[in-house]
Write a protein that binds this ligand. Sequence first.
Ligand SMILES: Cc1cc2nc3c(=O)[nH]c(=O)nc-3n(C[C@H](O)[C@H](O)[C@H](O)COP(=O)(O)OP(=O)(O)OC[C@H]3O[C@@H](n4cnc5c(N)ncnc54)[C@H](O)[C@@H]3O)c2cc1C
Length: 375
Amino acid sequence: MTSRPSDIIVVGAGVIGCAVAYEFARRGASVEIVDDRPVGMGATQASAGVLAPYIEAPAAGPLLDLTERSLELFDEFVTRVSTESGLAVPYRRTGTLDVAVDEAGLRALRAIAEALARRGVPALLLDAGAARSEEPHLGDGIAGGLLIDAHGFVGASDLTRALVTAARRHGAQLIEQSRVRRITDLHDELIIDTDRGSLTADAAVLAAGSWCGDIDIGGLSPSPRVPVRPIRGQLLSIAWNGTPLRRVTWGHRCYLVPWDDGTVLVGATVEDAGFDERTTVAGVRDLLDAACEILPHAWTAGFRGARVGLRPATSDYLPIIGASNVVPKLMYATGHYRNGVLLAPLTAQLVADAILDGRVDPMLAAVSPSRFGDL
Ligand SMILES: Cc1cc2nc3c(=O)[nH]c(=O)nc-3n(C[C@H](O)[C@H](O)[C@H](O)COP(=O)(O)OP(=O)(O)OC[C@H]3O[C@@H](n4cnc5c(N)ncnc54)[C@H](O)[C@@H]3O)c2cc1C
């Protein structure tokens, strides 16, 4: 990827594909986004939009480095995308209260608090009484909690819609109802075969989430398959009664996200169920039980519905972001598992830097496709 490509195709219109396409378009590149479903209808529509690196990646390592760096981009990112799209994006940085229900859980929270203190991240360990002062709805069985102010949440679907709208205002095009089957290179061009014909491009980004492995890369036999597998997540929407929750409340079996309109999201199951995108009685019941355990007042809530998505996971739970070593000019941006919304701004920046400017950020070493061999 030495000369700046003029035509780029992004495969997949989830939060990652839309963020990447937006970043290309605002930097002046000509971009087409290809998807067979409407925008954001993969894992993204199910997402709770929680932005919580210090819960998702409590131990030092590449996931913490990536998520922490992406969170730092969020204030400016949301403001800019909202302004450029003309669409409101719900976004709050009201923190998280991570709750322990027994002494072992409290010891684990204390260890996280100490690690965060060494990293210079403010976090407050609370005993049961102090935790209940912070969140009066907490049940009697609570042993304590950890308050982390830096965390927040964003409306994942609203953000994705705003990203694609802003990208289109910068000239990006959306090609809908087209499923990509194969990506090959021919001389200096990439050929992207879809079930509705072939497209050509100077460069491409594969951001097809859990379905990346279905796409034939390079037309080789056997074709390398992107090693991403679907991990199902179910999430409930309930209508909260009375005094709202103050912030995201996180327990060992579920988390609750309070929206300004009184809706509370309860997430999320983690299930190895293949490509089965159904909500289930077991999933709904587990989440309701878990919510009522830490916040008994949830029992009085109205039930609005359940949604489901397939998180794209890799074997080391790190994303795959980097250039293919099989098809030059193809870059992967997938495998974001539980943190695709949180990682969207950083992923877009790293991918655009690499493709448009030939700048490969040192952070990409840990998430390189080459850790999975020929890809
Ligand atoms: C219940 C649940 C809760 C979650 N909560 C959070 C959270 O709180 N915070 C957070 O950061 N993350 C969260 N996540 C994870 C996050 O939603 C995902 O990491 C993220 O949505 C992945 O985005 P993506 O764009 O890579 O994939 P997707 O959103 O799945 O998008 C992939 C797109 O590619 C398209 N596609 C697939 N194959 C092809 C093809 N062959 N040709 C053309 N198009 C194709 C699909 O139609 C789809 O639109 C959650 C996920 C779930 C399921």
